[in-house]
Design a binder for this molecule. Structure first.
Ligand code: FMN
Length: 320
């Protein structure tokens, strides 16, 4: 079996190599369900949540739809406090893996000592990793960066492996680079050589060709798709099918169906608070469409859920 049509193993979990990466406030529960309309088997990530927030979150907000699985629940922490309780809560909901985020560059996250700040404080990171591992009977992954202020991805990768982490995701940029600039993929090769656990890349993978090029360069084991999923919840299906030597032909009716379902799911999940988010998502779907500028204008002046649904309907009927 070739690299491309074999699955990626993360501890006891076996999943296709293209994975739905986390984008806070975007790849939320509704987005994951729309993705599942196309792709049942891909591993999907939840967005970053601090362990303290998980402990204090109303349980219905944490409920996991069975259809969303296989699911990797992502958390971050500032210390060992709350980790045991948070792990117990998410395991109760039925997740397939837990991910520790040590890569988030956002100032509100870093300022409380979590996210990428953990890569700059090795003693604290060590205790956090050990505490998570001790609390998790399921696969445990870590999503990291090239480093916090300075590059230390290889050292952190070795530490993660020594602490029993099952797989790593590397976003090859420093904290100050946030999400901009060309990712330095050579870091992936160094991290891969530093240990023996699977290493996945996150950053700049939009097409199968992108993944092929990064694989040739680094030998990575899997690919997290981030921003390229927006407005394209079928992308994981297309990429995983391509890896298996098949071509997924996307029917236009399914595109409109996904847009329609996405809006309905956001409406049910967030009620009126979701309207702005729905407009944002539909904006992504409109990218590259004929008359996109005009359509965006129409979207901009949509004031109600019905306005947005009517716009999708008119698009589908070709009357726009
Ligand atoms: C708006 C936004 C939100 C993000 N939220 C998260 C998050 O919750 N957890 C995380 O690990 N990474 C998060 N990331 C980082 C992405 O998962 C990914 O590593 C980064 O965008 C690079 O990959 P891409 O080029 O495929 O988007 C976020 C990125 C963006 C742009």
């Amino acid at each position: 079996m070739s690299y491309w049509n074999s699955e990626l193993r993360i501890g006891s979990l076996s999943v296709p190599r293209f994975i739905g990466g986390p984008l806070d406030q975007l790849t939320d529960a509704p987005f994951r369900l729309v993705t599942r309309m196309f792709c049942e088997s891909a591993l999907l990530y939840t967005e970053i949540r601090h362990v303290a927030a998980v402990v204090n979150m109303p349980r219905p907000r944490l409920a996991i739809d069975k259809k969303a699985r296989p699911l990797n629940f992502q958390m971050t922490a500032s210390s060992t406090e709350y980790i045991a309780q948070a792990c117990e809560i998410v395991l109760e909901q039925g997740v397939d893996a837990v991910d520790l985020n040590i890569g988030c560059p956002a100032s509100n996250v870093v300022n409380c000592g979590s996210g990428s700040a953990l890569m700059g404080d090795i003693p604290r990171l060590t205790s956090v990793l050990k505490e998570f591992r001790a609390c998790l009977p399921c696969p445990f992954t870590v999503k990291m960066r090239a480093g916090f202020k300075e590059y230390n991805a290889e050292d952190v990768a070795r530490l993660c492996q020594d602490c029993g982490v099952d797989a790593l995701v590397v976003h090859p940029r420093l904290q100050k680079q946030k999400f901009r600039g060309t990712p330095d993929y050579s870091i992936l090769a160094s991290v891969k050589n530093a240990g023996s656990i699977p290493v996945m890349v996150s950053g700049g993978i939009k097409t199968f060709q992108d993944a092929q090029a990064v694989y040739e360069l680094t030998g990575v084991d899997g690919f997290l798709i981030g921003r390229a999923q927006l407005g394209a919840p079928w992308l994981l299906r297309q990429l995983n099918d391509k890896a298996a030597g098949q071509e997924y032909i996307l029917e236009q009716s399914l595109v409109y169906n996904a847009m329609y379902e996405h809006v309905q799911l956001l409406r049910n999940y967030y009620a009126h608070k979701g309207l702005v988010l729905a407009k944002r998502h539909i904006g992504y779907y409109l990218q590259g469409k004929e008359h996109a500028k005009l359509l965006r204008k129409k979207l901009h002046v949509s004031m109600t859920w019905e306005d947005i649904l009517r716009l999708i309907d008119e698009l589908y009927k070709g009357s726009l």
